[in-house]
Design a protein. Structure first.
Length: 176
């Protein structure tokens, strides 16, 4: 009787399964803690992220796409130029096109953005609420989750094509 030998050592397969489950858990936590939605652009190369997860309302995502939001969005601009975090309200003086005001019409009243650079890789995560601003404690938690998400998705061979597809499906399910 022949026994099939796995092509990957058990420990490596388990690590990848654990990494995928951890990524999914972090995405769920970001979603729960961002009642008006979040966007995570991970490992931006030139102007495109390797992974993009977003849970904003579909009508905002449609509007954002139709107006070239990534060009006008001061949170994206800030995240590409800075490391750390800032509140959307702190970006209003630099919002020449009133982009943030327009976002409020879609329920994105308050938000925070994180610019993450580790090694040569940059990620931007933005989280939003409609009811109030994030507390400092909430912002600390969101930042820690964002950094962990960046790290989990940056490891060499972190995600197989099937894992990437599964996470894309998760992103679609997270979308409201």
């Amino acid at each position: 009787m022949m026994v099939a030998v796995p092509t990957q050592p058990y420990r490596e397969r388990k690590l990848k399964m654990t990494r995928k489950a951890s990524i999914a858990d972090i995405l769920h936590q970001l979603d729960r803690r961002s009642p008006a939605g979040f966007a995570a652009a991970l490992h931006i190369r030139f102007t495109r992220p390797i992974y993009l997860f977003q849970t904003y309302a579909q009508r905002w995502k449609d509007r954002y796409s139709s107006i070239g939001g990534h060009i006008r969005d001061p949170a994206v601009r800030w995240g590409l130029q800075n490391i750390g975090r800032t509140r959307w309200s702190d970006l209003e003086p630099f919002d020449e096109t009133n982009f943030l005001e327009e976002a409020k019409d879609f329920g994105l009243m308050n938000g925070v953005v994180f610019g993450i650079v580790i090694g040569e890789s940059r990620s931007i995560v933005a989280c939003a609420r409609a009811d109030r601003d994030f507390t400092e404690e909430e912002t600390d938690e969101l930042e820690a989750l964002s950094i962990e998400l960046h790290n989990l998705t940056s490891a060499p061979g972190a995600l197989s094509p099937s894992d990437q597809e599964a996470l894309t499906e998760l992103s679609i399910r997270l979308t409201r």
